[in-house]
Design a protein around this ligand. Sequence first.
Ligand SMILES: [Zn+2]
Length: 64
Amino acid sequence: MSEDMECMCQQCGVSIYIPADSISLEDPANTEVKILSSLHVCEQCGGQLVLVGKAGDEPYYRFE
Ligand SMILES: [Zn+2]
């Protein structure tokens, strides 16, 4: 069973939920800003997505 992760568009700020096992990060070594690879882009504007955390979890500034 897969959890959904919350991702946010850097351009328009919309939240998108993506199953955790289908997420891949642009730069896994960057632990501060988790940018998703270009496999996933904003459905609204095509902008780059940033991983915020687990769906329904606390905002990213408390995410570890
Ligand atoms: Zn967008």
